[in-house]
Write a protein that binds this ligand. Sequence first.
Ligand code: CTP
Length: 252
Amino acid sequence: APATQKQVRVWVDGCFDMVHFGHANALRQAKLMGDILVVALHSNADITAHKGLPVTTEEERYKMIRAIKWVDEVIEDIPCYTSVELLEKHNCDICAHGDDFAANADGVDSYAAVKTAGKYREYKRTEGVSTTDLLQRLLQMTQQHLCANEVNRYEGRSYPIMSLQQRVLSVLACKYVSDVIIGAPYTVTESMLDNLKVDYVLHGQTPVYPNKDGSDPYEAPKTRGIYRTIESGSALTTDVILQRIYEHRLEY
Ligand code: CTP
């Protein structure tokens, strides 16, 4: 486009609770509708009023959406009804949403105003994944493995929650990821380090579970002196999510 032409700013709003690759695929399609992708997130208070309590906090949802490849800007604390004034305030030209009906708590179409104004666009909703579905799987897991006094006993069982393909799509949607090795072994081997020309092997502050024979999966990089631990800036883990769901299970 010529430099004088205004860039098209695309607006997508939503809850984005427990961000999954369905959300990422929505944002990928929305980005293709223009030049700049602006994602507006609802506050936890608003979500609770319209759909019920979210599992992740506002700060967690903001961070996760900022880490998605196709996202240019994030706007926090946006109401559940999308007005034309709101779009204009943020200099957005069009509003995009999945091809499912989105209604407010009072049954009104959340996008009625932007539809009337001709500013509404639709992308395909990704089948086979949703926050509701993930929540159901997690709830089942808490029922199978948690008893009131032993909430920590599920460690290492019934994981993972998503299939390998689903997990690959999730990490590929992350802005900072260049490449994914599908089905990488638990132990980082000498030959992997050589073949992939690895300079550093990093792990967060969470504990590393040893192999069944007791050996350290990071022995090779540690011996080479290329193993480092990093600070993620977040205490969120799958265990923490399970614990929250368990604590609030009667509200879902
Ligand atoms: N979305 C999508 N495909 C999915 C799930 C969500 O395209 N499998 C889209 C929605 O259409 C919406 C955006 O992602 O445009 C944000 O969705 P959100 O507000 O979080 O709510 P839901 O549509 O209810 O998504 P989920 O069921 O996963 O909570």
